[in-house]
Design a protein around this ligand. Structure first.
Ligand SMILES: Cc1cc2nc3c(=O)[nH]c(=O)nc-3n(C[C@H](O)[C@H](O)[C@H](O)COP(=O)(O)O)c2cc1C
Length: 197
């Protein structure tokens, strides 16, 4: 038995609204696939580099996603040279793939970083208290910094990535029928199109 195609999948506006709802759920629901998207950046030698990040916030009006990372990380440096990035989510339950692209602005030690830090849990903050830069070679596995220590040092390592989305590609693959849609924005001009799956 194949499930019928959800009705919003025959309407571009509804499809886009559904995408934003999923991102919104991803922020608040740790079990949602949209909670842990894959972010791809470009290394200096042209190699695409992807990794999982936690989706921390979303602003639908400005089409902005918020992610947190260590300013000593590889991605932080890569984004300085190549600020465009793409983001991928596959939700197996809904059979939906979302690919988004956009420009990333990096924020550290400013009002945006401060607000994000103030709203972070102690367990999240502790990740930034490590003396060694993420990715440093170590002779053996090292212990994670205990929660609640070195908050001031940790804050210096804390960075916010604001990704302004200008392209979303949506794919729904199911036995009942496939759907593929493309949404793009250029300034205030928005386009929405169906694509062959
Ligand atoms: C479930 C999960 C969630 C993660 N969340 C984050 C995150 O929010 N921020 C982050 O910088 N790294 C996060 N990581 C670690 C990254 O995937 C990556 O290993 C790390 O940021 C180093 O990436 P880079 O060397 O490409 O900069 C997460 C990893 C997993 C498996």
């Amino acid at each position: 038995v194949t499930a019928p195609i959800p009705t919003f999948l025959d309407d571009l506006d509804e499809t886009l609204a559904h995408v934003w709802r999923q991102f919104g759920r991803g922020v608040v629901d740790r079990r949602n696939s949209f909670h842990t998207p894959t972010l791809a950046t470009l290394a200096d030698d042209g190699t695409p580099v992807s990794r999982t990040l936690v989706l921390r916030g979303i602003d639908v009006t400005t089409r902005t996603l918020r992610l947190h990372t260590d300013v000593r990380s590889r991605k932080w440096a890569e984004l300085a040279h190549a600020p465009r990035a793409s983001l991928h989510v596959y939700d197996a339950g809904q059979k939906i793939q979302v690919r988004a692209a956009g420009q990333i602005a990096r924020h550290t030690a400013d009002a945006i970083a401060e607000r994000a830090w103030a709203n972070s849990r102690a367990s999240s903050r502790a990740c930034y208290a490590q003396d060694l830069a993420p990715g440093a070679v170590v002779p053996q596995p090292i212990a994670a910094p205990p929660v609640g220590t070195h908050d001031a040092t940790a804050y210096r390592h804390f960075g916010v990535l604001l990704m302004a989305i200008d392209r979303i590609e949506w794919l729904y693959l199911a036995a009942a029928g496939h759907r593929r849609a493309l949404f793009t924005w250029q300034g205030d001009a928005a386009t929405a199109q169906w694509l062959a799956p």
